[in-house]
Design a protein around this ligand. Structure first.
Ligand code: HEM
Length: 417
């Protein structure tokens, strides 16, 4: 069976990208996602015991509706081990804002969001630039480099480690924890991966608990230190559990996704060299290019909600406790919403993608991620305008939920300016 036949077979036999995604699908999921949308805007997946949302209109309705929430521990996940993880996480805390509904969500998000307002992000720019330049120094004159491990990964992890106030010297350890934790984000993850993921999450929590204790003894200006003060003086405002769980969330969400934004963007540009050259000659277009890559090849491919009540969306009746999983990549390429959706177009006027979500859980780090990507890509364009993609095939790693490359080999193509 060739790849296309396999994809068609997958669609006809209740294909669910969260349950079973082949390497070919991970490499380029968009033809399959288009075929899924042709089947329906809300498709019931028997295997995944969930609705799959493929169109922009329905996605926005769901994300902005009070009829849907985050109490996903009520979900009867088809995999027993994943059901155990959901219940376990619900019962033993592990509460971060991504999993909370109002009023808890509103209270905790309010405390954290001050660290991500535009003025704070602007103040970080010199430090982001300095880090980007130093990283480029490390490979500019080499004959070959891996843009992911030598640039796209260390940049965001350094920024978020500094912002939180944890040691950036531990970044390889963060990367291992993060990769292991996110490795089980696939519906059919094997028990071994799930146990490893839970273990990594406990190790990271222990590390952060120790860091919080140190911050209480020796306070500083970092976010973790400020949140630790709030938590120790008023547990009604922020419990210790919420403090630790949100720190884990920020550390993981703060780098895993941004690595992929920079990586996916550079991958597209270097494979479509006329667009790279267009940007090199017109650096003012970088912001637009980042917005377009967010739509075109989103680093986050799913968001999930559970119905709080019976509700009708379009032609479908969703019952209380039904889970809906929004396929961001399908919605961002919805032809009813975006003109020529499969074309990367820097000059596109409609920029209303949902790669940062929508509604009350809209990504807190969106401005930080955009700023990091802008500084990173501008620095690469200025320092290495003749860089070329290497001969090795760039492989998209799983899980499907987080779309990014394993590595991106390049020939830096010049000496530093
Ligand atoms: C390109 C980079 C990024 C992408 C594509 C992305 C994507 C998303 C998406 C889709 C959501 C919504 C989830 C939902 O509705 O269930 C979200 C939420 C969130 N993101 Fe990001 N994110 C990125 C970068 C960051 C960064 C850099 C940080 C922090 C430093 C961050 C922190 C968060 C937090 C804390 C939430 C939860 C907000 C809430 O539940 O109220 N993200 N992100």
């Amino acid at each position: 069976m060739n790849i296309v036949q396999k994809e068609i077979a997958e669609i006809n036999t209740d294909f669910d990208p969260l349950m079973d995604s082949s390497p070919a699908f991970l490499q380029n999921p968009y033809p399959t996602l288009h075929r899924m949308r042709a089947r329906g805007h809300l498709i019931w997946s028997q295997r995944g015991n969930q609705w799959l949302v493929t169109s922009m209109e329905e996605a926005n309705l769901i994300l902005k509706s009070k009829s849907f929430g985050k109490a996903l521990e009520r979900w009867k996940h088809p995999s027993l081990i994943m059901r155990f993880v959901q219940r376990f996480s619900g019962r033993f805390g592990l509460q971060n804002i991504l999993r909370q509904d109002p009023p808890e969500h509103t209270r905790v998000r309010g405390l954290i969001s001050s660290a991500f307002v535009p003025s704070v992000v602007r103040d970080l720019e010199p430090q982001i630039s300095e880090t980007a330049e130093a990283l480029i120094d490390g490979f500019a004159t080499a004959s070959s480099a891996d843009l992911i491990s030598q640039f796209a990964f260390p940049l965001p992890i350094t920024v978020i480690a500094d912002l939180l106030g944890v040691s950036k010297d531990d970044r390889e350890q963060f990367r291992n924890w993060s990769t292991t934790i996110t490795g089980s984000m696939q519906g059919n993850a094997c028990p071994y991966k799930v146990v490893k993921s839970l273990n990594a999450s406990f190790e990271l929590r222990k590390y952060l608990r120790q860091t919080v204790a140190e911050k209480l003894k020796r306070p500083d200006e970092s976010l973790l230190s400020r949140l630790a003060q709030v938590s120790s003086s008023d547990r009604d405002k922020l419990s210790e559990e919420e403090l630790i769980s949100n720190s884990v969330l920020l550390l993981i969400a703060g780098h895993e996704t941004t690595v992929n934004l920079i990586g996916n963007c550079m991958h597209y540009l270097l494979r479509n060299y006329q667009d790279w050259k267009l940007l090199v000659e017109n650096p003012q277009l970088v912001d637009a290019a980042i917005e377009e890559i967010l739509r075109f090849d989103s680093p986050v491919q799913i968001v999930r909600r559970i119905a709080n009540e019976n509700v009708r969306i379009g032609k479908q009746s969703i019952r209380k406790d039904d889970v809906v999983t929004i396929l961001i990549g399908a919605c961002n390429r919805d032809g009813a919403f975006f003109h020529e959706p499969d074309r990367f177009d820097v000059f596109r006027e409609n920029k209303k993608h949902i790669s940062f979500g929508a509604g009350i859980h809209y990504c807190l780090g969106a401005e930080l991620a955009r700023t990091e990507a802008r500084i990173a890509i501008r620095a690469l364009m200025r320092r290495l305008p003749d860089m070329k993609i290497g001969n090795q095939q760039s492989v998209y790693k799983g899980p499907f939920a987080l779309r990014g490359l394993q590595s991106l080999t390049i020939d830096p193509g010049c000496n530093s300016a």
